[in-house]
Design a protein around this ligand. Structure first.
Ligand SMILES: [Fe+2]
Length: 416
């Protein structure tokens, strides 16, 4: 195994974050106070289901009661098709929008971020694909998530599905950072079980990947050019809090979806995960999931969740200390046990949490076929933005091995 020094030799910490974050049951009612200083005309981006709810009507009425002009785009679809971004812009360009509010799941929040960008700077969203290609701040964005998982409420990236290229592509820039986020756990009470599972597994994967990432120890030029610096002292604070919260709340949410205290803990953990990946970045599980998602149309969180047991085992020898600390955070560490044994206990605990969510712990159930392994591996290796964060050097051969073990449902090993 090629040994990579994963330690943070610079002692670096880096966060990007909204100016205001408001957390707590019922806090969505503060929205007019956040919007009013920013302008008089607000565009809400949401989806068709959300637009029929009492919560949406209440939010809209609160803005109108504050004297604001409200426009709505309520046709945001999952995976955010580029065509929908073009449609929104055609509908609302030149109509004097001052503020964009994203209300819904990750796609609604991502739509708000790219809509605010294109309404301000013009053009087609495909001109901004990639890292740091946005020329300046867009319109101010306020995010209000209704699922506990993606972290999109605080991240400065939007992911768009481009049907011309038949793939999802990110627009990543610090100028996409939302102005404010309102995280109101009451909005997740009606989140259906399948979506709760997928987003919960996604949040768990964000915390695990950013906590076990390598520290990249970037030069100042690299810091200026790239958004993700790997594991660092500030993201670790959010990871520790998030892992503790998820470890004690995910099973409670599954057992009783209307448990507001458990929903609050999951939502807070998801926010912590978003804060962490926004500068640390994710790693191998996300790199490998993306092509699997394209081939099998598996929900993102289910795909990364199914990969986690295998990717964590692969990464275990490269960052054993971080995995062992996760055991402490989950409350499954044995005093006096070796670092390696505690690290293994953390991985077994993650498997328990994923199983409780109903995430398949193998890749066959996702619909992946062995003849697709080479294609998935080649595609994963192209996601250098993610693979560069992984604590252990990832090769195409290693990805194929991970896929083979995952397909065979074989977790009887601790080292490749
Ligand atoms: Fe994710």
């Amino acid at each position: 195994m090629t040994v990579i020094d994963v330690t943070n030799t610079l002692g670096l910490g880096l966060l990007r974050q909204p100016r205001t974050v408001l957390f707590g049951p019922g806090q969505r009612r503060q929205l007019p106070h956040l919007v009013t200083p920013l302008g008089s005309t607000v565009l809400i981006c949401t989806d068709e289901r959300m637009a029929t709810t009492d919560e949406f009507r209440e939010v809209r009425a609160s803005l109108e009661d504050a004297g604001l002009t409200v426009a709505v785009f309520s046709r945001v679809q999952p995976d955010l098709p580029r065509a929908d971004v073009l449609e929104l812009v055609a509908e609302h360009a030149g109509s004097g929008i001052d503020v964009v509010v994203g209300l819904g799941g990750g796609s609604c929040l991502d739509m708000a971020k790219v809509a605010a960008l294109v309404l301000k700077h013009g053009g087609d969203i495909n001109e901004y694909y990639g890292e740091n290609l946005v020329p300046g701040p867009g319109l101010p964005v306020i995010t209000i998530p209704t699922t506990g998982g993606t972290g999109a409420e605080v991240t400065c990236i939007s992911v768009v599905f481009d049907s011309d290229r038949k793939m999802k592509i990110g627009v990543a820039s610090e100028y996409l950072e939302p102005h404010a986020a309102i995280v109101d756990p009451e909005l997740t009470l009606t989140c259906p079980p399948g979506l709760t599972a997928a987003t919960g597994a996604d949040a768990l994967s964000h915390l695990i990947e950013s906590f076990t990432d390598r520290s990249k120890n970037p030069s100042s030029d690299e810091m200026a050019a790239h958004l993700y610096v790997g594991k660092n002292v500030l993201t670790d604070i959010f990871c520790r809090a998030g892992l503790q919260l998820l470890g004690s709340s995910l099973e409670r949410v599954v057992a009783n979806p209307s448990d507001l205290a458990a929903r609050s803990d999951t939502m807070l953990a998801s926010f912590c995960a978003g804060m962490s990946i926004n500068t640390a970045g994710t790693a191998a599980a996300h790199a490998i999931q993306s092509p699997i998602g394209n081939l099998t149309h598996t929900p993102h969180g289910i795909g990364v969740g199914a990969l986690l047991p295998y990717v964590m085992r692969f990464n275990l020898p490269a960052n054993t200390a971080a995995f062992a600390e996760m055991a402490q955070l989950f409350g499954v560490a044995t005093p006096g046990a070796s670092e390696l044994d505690n690290a293994k206990a953390a991985i077994l605990r993650v498997e328990e949490l994923l199983a409780a969510l109903g995430v398949p712990l193998n890749l066959k159930d996702l619909g992946l076929q062995p003849e697709q392994f080479a294609e998935v591996a080649a595609s994963a290796m192209l996601a250098t933005r993610l693979t560069a964060n992984n604590p252990r050097e990832l090769t195409a051969d290693a990805v194929v091995k991970i896929l083979e073990f995952g397909y065979a449902d074989d977790r009887s090993w601790w080292e490749i």
